[in-house]
Write a protein that binds this ligand. Structure first.
Ligand code: ATP
Ligand code: ATP
Ligand code: MG
Ligand code: MG
Length: 259
């Protein structure tokens, strides 16, 4: 049945293979989540359940797509780092992007009930997605640092903004009060006006979330002599740590190891 007279239409398709030996970053971001979060009454500035739902979907991504080496997420966005050696769908950008974002979105809907058992999903969540290629692990690290710095700046601003609003200021007034303030001014404001020590806020809010495979030691049984029998196992972990400095990457050299 091949070669019907209609088959020429295939020739209009364009090739979209990503360059070899590049790390592939897929970043997704919730579409209109300002509204989506209001409709579903997310706690401001950080709804813990909403963040944990995002993290749970990111874990599912790492478990489902074997070529993903690392995920980093904050707010309504997540970045997925695909190994530079990946041959997933011959590295076709449209396949990686569309399969990744649709899998994540389906997971978000399926898992919604687990994190919001008493909240109806009132609007379809949907995400935009883009792909960027980076030829070196160093640039991938700079990319991740860029996202984590952004997380910190936004979180500090949003924490101040919502504290001001919750204390009776209008959103416009809060915005005016924060205009031109530096990081130390915001920390000062949080401490003196609201008794909040920024450093003591949960790491998930300040640092975002990392998802990766790590070796963990677990006790599989106790032998006859009463000693624990341990086994090293690879497990997907979710962590809220600094990925700007060298320590994390020194401790986990395999994540961004190049071929
Ligand atoms: P766009 O469609 O351009 O992405 P957006 O409304 O999604 O627009 P973003 O810049 O992506 O805007 O910001 C995400 C918005 O979603 C923020 O306004 C934030 O308040 C809200 N949001 C996302 N996650 C949470 C959360 N866990 N808790 C509270 N609010 C959240
Ligand atoms: P790929 O991941 O490459 O798209 P695929 O398994 O999805 O692989 P397709 O060429 O897209 O393959 O074909 C869709 C398959 O799904 C068919 O083999 C067909 O048997 C099955 N399928 C799709 N819709 C239906 C349906 N309504 N009823 C029964 N089978 C269906
Ligand atoms: Mg968004
Ligand atoms: Mg966003």
């Amino acid at each position: 049945m091949a070669n019907s007279k209609y088959e020429y239409v295939k020739k209009f398709e364009v090739e979209d293979k990503l360059p070899p030996c590049n790390w592939v970053i897929l970043r997704i971001d919730g579409c209109h989540f300002h509204r989506f979060s209001a409709v579903h009454d997310f706690e401001k500035p950080n709804d813990v359940n909403a963040l944990m739902l995002m993290n749970s979907c990111a874990v599912a991504m790492l478990e489902h797509f074997p070529d993903i080496a690392f995920d980093y997420g904050v707010s309504d966005e997540y970045s997925f780092i695909w190994k530079e050696t990946s041959q997933f769908y011959q590295r076709r950008a449209s396949k990686i992007l569309s399969l990744g974002v649709s899998f994540f979105t389906s997971m978000y809907v399926i898992k919604w009930r687990d994190f919001f058992p008493h909240k109806e999903l009132k609007e379809p969540p949907y995400f935009d997605a883009r792909i960027v290629c980076y030829p070196r692990a160093k640039i991938v690290r700079d990319y991740l640092s860029w996202r984590q710095v952004d997380c910190h700046i936004n979180n500090q601003y949003n924490t101040c903004f919502w504290k001001l609003v919750q204390s009776g200021k209008s959103e416009k007034e809060a915005q005016e009060l924060l205009k031109g303030t530096l990081a130390k001014d915001k920390n000062e404001m949080l401490f003196t006006q609201f008794g909040i020590n920024y450093d003591k806020l949960p790491a998930m809010f300040k640092k975002g979330s990392c998802v990766y495979k790590d070796h963990v030691e677990e006790t599989v049984k106790i032998d006859e002599a009463g000693n624990p029998v341990k086994r090293r196992r690879q497990m997907v972990v979710v962590d809220h740590i600094d990925i700007i400095g060298n320590k994390f990457w020194k401790d986990h050299p395999n994540i961004l190891k190049e071929d």
